[in-house]
Design a protein around this ligand. Structure first.
Ligand code: ADP
Length: 368
């Protein structure tokens, strides 16, 4: 691929489209988000406007400069690799929509829109799940009847794979190799953690859906399914429970906000629920780091990334405080300054910004 070629990255959600334009050598030219997508302002119309604005703002002089579009596709089901989107792959992405009804149908809308608007250029699907297809069966399956797991494709798929792959590649660039026993904490509004052995995911906290695992901005994380049944029985209504667990729980459900900056500010004013939310968030993270260090047989490096991981020094400080048994001790000053290397102990601890869009562009380059 020539360096003058430009690659558009699309991340189509239910009500918004995030986009970014890159050169083929991974230089970002612009990024933005279009919100309020609905039946009037469809994905196709919004993408048409995005293309128009790229031209008006002179990021491209003609659409022919865009030589490929990389789509972030949340669910790839059993697809272990990213793909150029053929009819067959598109069908598979559509089928995986049963497993990710909040995401894949909108990813497909974005793909169809580009096929209409820029019919000659290749579309590439980069999956959030592909990175985790190396997780062994005993860690992937849930303790429910095997027949049910098989019939309904119930298993741990994991998400944030594009981010984990990016961090692994950054570590390889910086250190010359990916640490053999690595734990990455992707702490954004959606939060997850991944145990990576010799560059391969061997376990991750998100599961069949992104709801499992760490407590998140608005998602509950691990919760006893018995409690969910009980809530449903008491409310005599279960349609809204999915919404409660996805959008009204986590930090927001405890402290009333999912903005970690606000929660920190409130803890400084001695707000009790904000302190509780922060304590719960950090405790869950500590437990997972300890568990993953056990399944890895030790830990060489711990990485924090995404909005909270990259910025909230108080979360890193609190989480690492009780992990000295794993050789994790922080340089307080460097941690508070969000420096890249923040350890003093034998286990390396890094703060590395993630860049999922850049990873998608890299994959587009590899596939073409
Ligand atoms: P997503 O991509 O999942 O929407 P992000 O990676 O952007 O999420 O992270 C969003 C989270 O990061 C929010 O909880 C937000 O409060 C937190 N965050 C962003 N900037 C900061 C900051 N400077 N300090 C602490 N938390 C921050």
């Amino acid at each position: 691929m020539q360096k003058s070629n430009k690659i558009l990255v699309l991340n189509c959600g239910s009500s918004s489209i995030k986009y970014a334009l890159f050169t083929a050598d991974e230089r970002e030219l612009c990024h933005d988000i279009v919100e309020n997508i609905d039946s009037n302002k469809t994905h196709t119309k919004a993408i048409q406007n995005i293309l128009l604005s790229l031209q008006q703002q002179k990021y491209v002089s003609s659409y022919s400069e865009i030589t490929a579009v990389g789509h972030r596709v949340v669910h790839g089901k059993d697809m272990t690799q990213n793909h150029i989107i053929t009819k067959k792959i598109q069908k598979k992405i559509k089928e995986a929509g049963v497993l990710a009804p909040l995401h894949n149908p909108h990813n497909i809308e974005g793909i169809i829109a580009i096929q209409k608007l820029l019919p000659k250029i290749p579309n590439i699907a980069v999956f959030d799940t592909a990175f985790h297809t190396t997780i062994p069966e005993y860690a992937v399956l849930y303790g429910i009847p095997l027949s049910l797991s098989k019939k309904y494709y119930i298993k741990r798929y994991g998400f944030h794979g594009i981010s984990y792959q990016y961090i692994c590649e950054e570590l390889k660039k910086k250190l010359g190799k990916i640490p053999g026993k690595l734990i990455i904490c992707h702490l954004g509004n959606g939060s997850s953690i991944c145990a990576i052995k010799n560059g391969k995911s061997i376990d991750t906290s998100m599961g069949f859906t992104p709801m499992e695992g760490l407590m998140m901005g608005t998602r509950c994380g691990d919760v006893d399914v018995g409690a969910v049944f009980h809530i449903a029985a008491m409310r005599k209504e279960c349609r809204d429970i999915d919404h409660i667990l996805n959008f009204e729980s986590g930090l927001k459900g405890i402290a009333g906000t999912n903005d970690m900056r606000m929660i920190w500010k409130k803890t400084q004013q001695k707000n009790k629920t904000a302190q509780l939310a922060l304590d719960m968030y950090c405790y869950r993270l500590q437990k997972y780091i300890s568990a993953y260090s056990a399944v890895l047989g030790g830990i060489d490096a711990l990485v924090f990334t995404a909005g909270i991981g990259e910025n909230a020094w108080y979360v890193r400080e609190k989480v690492c405080q009780s992990l000295s048994c794993l050789g994790i001790t922080l340089d307080r000053k460097k941690n508070r300054e969000n420096k890249e290397k923040i350890h003093t102990g034998k286990t390396k601890v890094y703060v590395i910004p993630t860049n999922e869009e850049k990873m998608i562009v890299r994959e587009v380059g590899r596939l073409l």
